[in-house]
Design a binder for this molecule. Structure first.
Ligand SMILES: [Zn+2]
Length: 451
């Protein structure tokens, strides 16, 4: 019998997460190459045989989640600077260690973070990279991401000021130079469906007005998307108010920076007016509840943003302020903190949270036509969720189970671009968790010695 498809998943409860919220009990999904070719109720006819068949009896098929904000190198720094607020924490962990880590360490950190992401249901991840003292570091990080088979957005950011807040001088460079580096990285790494390279200012206190303008000019002329940390704490606005006499969102609007190419991260202190402008200009938000709580930064107005029509996605942020890369935990926090602070259990629902993680993430990375829901013609990025574990059983409501009662052990299989990259504890490409942990343990010692 000839094989019509490369992969068939049968007997699954398929949650398409499409606009009609179509759910198929005991359905089949067929993959051809990197695409979803067919989704049907029941079994596919025998002539539709595939090279690989996964019997998903008892499992739920979801679109993969998109982690829209992480700093991969921080996977080496879990717990450092614990129990301090943002600026003190930065100066105890991310900034000093970011100056000494080697390309090999960045590559291993990328493997660690991306493997953990795949294991918690992510099929795509956005790396916000700011240790730009040596172009080899960015290249090594990208190689590490690619080796895991995850879909990657690599955001090569820049800082053109910020020493007074502790930004190490070796990170600081003129925006023109940074844009030349972005262009050369794009050339060297050859973008495709699996890797996109963006840029962005790191934070408001490390960017000049000229820096924003230079970057914006580059992004508009080359059609490049961009991201930045925005209104994470009150410090974010301080330098802007002092130097330019303006709120940062006002300044960004004035220079034409608020566009649908922009992904704004954190947004803890967004005002009602900011939210309206984000909705008008099509700016997406990356909501990172774990670091917002861990660093005592606060709780962003997410239900208000959703209500205004802003696209909201979810991120884990660097593992030094989380302290992991666990999207399932992020989803639970995203739901619970809003219910608590609003004293209203219905202010955000499990369905909305899964949508932020899947469809919201897809839109935030500009790939809503390709990923984020399950439909024929879309990229085959999806996960099989097995509810048959103590924490999550019995499963009366799949969305509620995923958001409120799940952990890594529920993720049975992760498929990216039609490839099974994680299945029942094993990673593709010969990647071994135990071996990676051994290698990282040795490198962490070297990193600490070099500081
Ligand atoms: Zn961040």
């Amino acid at each position: 019998m000839s094989e019509k498809y490369d992969l068939i998943i049968r007997n699954a409860v398929i949650h398409t997460m499409d606009q009609d919220r179509r759910m198929i009990d005991r359905g089949s999904l067929a993959v051809k190459g990197d695409m979803i070719a067919k989704i049907e109720q029941g079994d596919l006819p025998e002539q539709d045989a595939a090279g690989q068949v996964i019997d998903a009896d008892g499992m739920i098929l979801f679109p993969g989640f998109v982690d829209t904000h992480i700093h991969i190198f921080q996977s080496f720094l879990k717990g450092l600077g614990a129990d301090h607020r943002l600026i003190e924490w930065l100066n105890l962990s991310a900034l000093p260690y970011g100056t000494v880590m080697t390309p090999r360490q960045h590559e291993l950190a990328a493997r660690l973070a991306c493997m953990e992401a795949l294991k918690s249901g992510c099929t795509a991840i956005c790396e916000f990279f700011y240790t730009n003292q040596d172009p080899e570091l960015a290249y090594a990080c990208i190689e590490g991401m690619r080796s895991t088979g995850i879909r990657s957005v690599f955001i090569r950011t820049f800082q053109d000021t910020g020493e007074e807040y502790g930004m190490p001088s070796i990170f600081i460079e003129p925006a023109e130079k940074a844009m030349r580096e972005v262009a050369s990285l794009k050339k060297r790494c050859k973008e495709d469906d699996m890797l996109t390279i963006w840029t962005g200012p790191d934070v408001t206190w490390s960017t000049t007005k000229e820096g924003y303008r230079t970057m914006l000019e580059y992004c508009m002329s080359e059609n490049v998307r961009y991201s930045m940390h925005l209104k994470e704490t009150e410090v974010d606005n301080e330098m802007c108010l002092r130097n330019y006499g303006k709120d940062i969102v006002d300044l960004l609007e004035e220079i034409g920076f608020l566009t649908d190419k922009m992904l704004a991260v954190h947004c803890v202190n967004l005002t009602e007016r900011d939210i309206r402008r984000f909705a008008d200009y099509g700016v997406s938000i990356s909501h990172n509840p774990a670091p917002n709580l861990y660093l005592g930064s606060g709780i962003p107005p997410i239900p208000e943003s959703l209500l205004a029509g802003v696209n909201v996605s979810l991120g884990t942020d660097g593992a030094a302020s989380n302290n992991s890369t666990d999207m399932l935990e992020t989803m639970k926090l995203a739901a619970l903190i809003q219910k608590g602070i609003h004293r209203d259990a219905s202010v955000i629902t499990a369905d909305q949270v899964i949508r932020m993680a899947a469809c919201g993430g897809a839109k935030a990375i500009g790939m809503e036509d390709q990923v984020g829901t399950l439909a024929a013609g879309k990229k085959a990025d999806m996960i099989l969720f097995d509810p048959r574990h103590l924490k999550s059983f019995p499963n009366h409501d799949a969305e509620a189970t995923v958001v409120y009662a799940s952990s890594e052990e529920n993720i049975d299989t992760t498929i990216v671009n039609g490839e099974v990259v994680y299945h029942k504890g094993d990673f593709a490409g010969g990647l071994s968790e135990a071996e990676l942990i051994r290698e990282i343990a040795a490198e962490v010692e070297k990193m600490k010695a070099s500081l």
